[in-house]
Design a protein around this ligand. Structure first.
Ligand code: ADP
Ligand code: ZN
Ligand code: ZN
Length: 817
């Protein structure tokens, strides 16, 4: 009989912890169940069982678990394996993965108190004895501690009982540190079983011939039933029968109807399926065939399809096939591309089989989706979600779609696990022997390389759907325009002319200005000083809207200055420009038109982003100015002109991927133009019109870009030829950070020689008064990744043992983006 369990705790600890279990518990316990366990002096944590075994730990005496929290596993065996892979590949702990993977409501940690749910509706006769005792006690006193429940029931393991009461929405666990999970309950009606036969039904209607109102309700029930298989909502039935709750009640008390409750999935779909059929054009047909053929031999396939070529339609078809096989599908895309537009499109085809998983959802909503995925018995579902959707408890995953696979936001930056959802999703799919399709108009060099080298299958769509032409791309030399005095603010005469023509035609316009590399800063024309953040090594950014100077790293802000803070000269001006300045200039140029702006400042809140998109779709905005948020898969019908205000600040960004990213961004934003019949137009303003990337964008020359960039990656030892691991050190002490970085770099150089780069200060070397230093390790293709990480791990353990460096934190980022 096994008498130990290994438990994963939601903490950054290197190991699982072993606890003892009783014989009874051993019979009951399975991997993936939650248990409450003591840890440290007096803490109680929720842990996940990773293994049940009979090996006593060698270095400590195992304590018994406190209680079992689940009746069936909350975490699947595949998830446990997936967590283990993530922890080992991305060099973090399983506990950190657990924290990222489970909605917080599942991980209770300290003293809880239970209360009766305020609007609890229940039948006492439906309660088990111990459940009844708890409810009765709670009717007499407002709350009970878990310990008091234990005393009341004379049992050690009471959380399963409480979990049942919670599931029935009778009892709630209240605890300060965790947000309450409260499913919304909806009342449904069904006909009593004894009336299910045709004869009984007729007899019933005869019996009710004098109870008109009741008869009416029953007839309405039948007509609803005939229309759809969905459960009949009590309120809805009452409404369409034009009757009162008491009529329904009397039918229930006559045992004609039965009432029951279901948790309403807050993200449930209520509309209708409006599409039943997808008909491919010849190019889609061919690409679809290529994908299917690739899946015969390979697990991953890359779909390179220009913007608006109909990639999404191909995804829909593949998902449909998988659902028909009774399997689940996962449709991953960058957070920001997860728009109502796309969700509606999926729902129109798959109806309530669509589950949406969004980081902006509340904990309740996430818990519901999690449980919905876990209950595979309720039918196959397609989950559409951003990167963290890879952590859902899939049962029978058949397909993973990774849309916009080139997007760097698939990589989690902070905190650990610093995983890349695209790469992790491939591993996830393999655990299920499922297939992965990556799609993009501008694939990442890494994925394209894998396709070229036959690791991935490949399919291509090089035409837009419906004979729509690719937009015409024109480059405007703004150095020249400046010289000839043909600039108005940041607008060339060419761009203004095109804008005016589009406005006259009643078309909409998108203007793209990436603020990331280049923001408006204040500069003194006398002494050159620009105001700096006192906490970070950056200049403050001017925000005209609030008339403030702000730090984008820590939020520090001061009022706009009229004089130079260094020399008091009043000859100061703003340098560089962001979306806000473009918006201001446009308002002055076109006072009669509506100008909108989409960037991090205007899209805060759960629906901020949605609101702007909807306003633009509803033609309430004529010109939309925005950052890279604009580039993400949006499908606007009435946009024919796209302007890139300044291509150079993208290209000059200090990162080895800057050129690849510029190409992707510009082509993606260009792809927003002319998605219907008329050919779209794109104007790119640049000081370097002959830059090879701008030339490649203008001719849509992906292959040329790929070839050239790949050569650079080869020459300078970057991915896909070398893998990277970046160590970031930080502390409040400048010299400690430096010394620590030197120590680690030296230890690494002893082993990895010239493949260690740095230590180096990052472009912003101080943030919130912490000093940063980076070390980069380059790993050649023929060097074992596992061994490399093991060495690195050893170095870090020795480092952590040095007390002088205790205040220095080391963050490891595998495959940094
Ligand atoms: P992508 O995902 O490659 O950007 P979409 O799938 O969004 O392209 O297709 C672009 C437009 O063409 C959409 O409006 C879509 O509805 C339409 N479309 C694409 N394929 C088909 C098809 N087979 N039948 C009908 N409409 C299609
Ligand atoms: Zn000055
Ligand atoms: Zn700052």
């Amino acid at each position: 009989m096994p008498n130990f369990v290994d438990v994963i705790l939601p903490l950054p600890l290197d190991n699982r912890f072993t606890y003892t279990i009783s014989e009874e518990e051993a019979v009951f316990l399975q991997n993936g169940m939650r248990v409450a366990v003591p840890f440290g002096k007096s803490k109680v944590y929720t842990g996940i069982i990773a293994e049940v075994h009979n090996r006593a730990p060698e270095v400590y005496e195992a304590k018994p678990i406190n209680q079992i929290l689940d009746e069936t596993p909350l975490v699947t065996q595949n998830q446990l394996e997936f967590w283990k892979w993530i922890a080992s590949y991305y060099m973090c702990t399983e506990g950190e993965v657990m924290r990222a993977a489970l909605p917080g409501a599942f991980i209770l940690e300290s003293e809880h108190i239970v209360q009766l749910q305020k609007e609890a509706e229940f039948n006492e006769s439906d309660l088990k004895d111990d459940e009844f005792l708890v409810v009765e006690a709670l009717q007499n006193q407002s709350s009970l501690k878990i310990k008091e429940v234990e005393a009341l029931l004379d049992k050690k393991s009471v959380l399963p009982i409480l979990n049942r009461l919670m599931a029935k929405d009778i009892v709630v666990l209240s605890q300060e540190i965790y947000e309450q999970y409260k499913p919304k309950r909806v009342k449904y009606i069904k006909l009593h079983e004894s009336y299910e036969s045709e004869d009984a039904m007729h007899q019933l209607l005869d019996e009710l011939s004098r109870a008109h109102k009741q008869r009416e309700v029953v007839l309405n029930y039948f007509s609803l039933k005939a229309k759809s298989l969905k459960p009949i909502n009590a309120k809805e039935l009452q409404k369409i029968s034009g009757t009162t709750a008491s009529v329904l009640k009397s039918l229930v008390s006559k045992n004609i109807f039965k009432e029951y409750y279901l948790n309403e999935d807050r993200v449930a779909f209520e509309g209708e399926i409006t599409r039943s059929h997808i008909e491919f054009n010849e190019y889609q047909l061919k690409a679809f065939g290529q994908i299917k053929a690739a899946f015969e031999e390979k697990t991953v396939c890359l779909l390179h399809g220009v913007t608006s070529s109909g990639k999404t339609e191909i995804y829909l078809k593949l998902i449909e096939e998988v659902l028909n096989e009774g399997k689940q599908a996962l449709y991953l895309l960058p957070e920001i591309a997860l728009t109502t537009q796309l969700i509606n499109r999926l729902q129109a085809y798959f109806g309530d089989k669509v589950l949406v998983f969004h980081s902006k959802y509340s904990m309740n909503e996430r818990v519901e989706v999690y449980q919905n995925v876990l209950k595979a018995g309720e039918g196959p579902k397609v989950v559409i979600g951003a990167r963290s959707a890879i952590f859902l408890p899939f049962q029978q995953l058949g397909l993973v779609i990774i849309d916009e696979e080139h997007e760097s936001s698939f990589k989690q930056y902070d905190p650990a696990p610093r995983y890349h959802a695209r790469d992790a999703a491939v591993v996830l799919a393999n655990l299920f022997k499922a297939k992965t399709l990556m799609g993009s108009a501008t694939p990442s060099l890494e994925s394209y390389y894998n396709a070229v080298h036959d690791k991935y299958g490949f399919a291509e769509l090089s035409r837009r759907f419906g004979n729509v032409m690719m937009p015409e791309i024109e480059i405007v030399d703004i150095k020249e325009k400046h010289r000839k005095k043909r600039m108005t603010g940041h607008f060339s005469d060419r761009l203004l002319k095109e804008i005016e023509e589009s406005l006259a035609e009643g078309e909409q316009i998108i203007l793209f200005q990436n603020r990331r590399g280049f923001s408006p800063i204040l500069e003194c024309n006398t002494c050159g000083h620009s105001p700096q953040c006192p906490n970070c090594d950056v200049s403050l950014t001017y925000h005209s809207h609030s008339n403030q100077l702000r730090c984008h790293y820590c939020g520090y802000h001061i009022a706009m200055q009229k004089r130079c803070m260094a020399c008091h000269s009043d000859d100061i001006s703003t340098k560089g420009f962001g979306t806000e300045q473009i918006e201001t200039e446009l308002k002055a140029l076109y006072p009669d038109h509506k100008i909108g702006r989409m960037d991090q400042d205007t899209t805060r809140g759960k629906h901020g982003y949605e609101k702007i998109i909807t306003a633009f779709e509803d033609l309430e905005i004529d010109i939309l100015v925005g950052t890279q948020m604009l580039t993400k898969g949006l499908d606007f019908r009435n946009v024919n002109l796209v302007g890139v205000m300044n291509a150079d600040n993208l290209l000059n960004f200090p990162d080895f991927r800057a050129h690849e990213r510029s190409f992707q961004l510009m082509l993606q934003v260009a792809g927003r133009a002319g998605r219907t019949k008329k050919r779209g137009k794109v104007l790119i303003q640049s000081y370097n019109p002959h830059h090879q990337i701008i030339q490649q964008v203008s001719t849509n020359d992906y292959a040329g870009m790929y070839k050239e960039q790949l050569q650079e990656r080869y020459n300078y030892k970057y991915p896909p030829y070398f893998r990277l691991v970046r160590l970031s050190l930080k502390s409040r002490d400048f010299s400690k950070t430096n010394e620590a970085a030197d120590w680690i770099a030296k230890a690494m150089q002893n082993v990895f020689k010239q493949n260690v780069l740095g230590p180096e200060f990052p472009p912003v070397a101080r943030i919130r008064n912490e000093y940063y230093k980076n070390i980069m390790l380059k790993i050649p293709q023929n060097q074992s990744l596992g061994k490399t990480k093991a060495v690195l791990y050893k170095i870090l353990i020795s480092f952590n043992a040095i007390s002088a460096y205790r205040s220095v934190r080391v963050i490891v980022n595998v495959d940094p983006m």
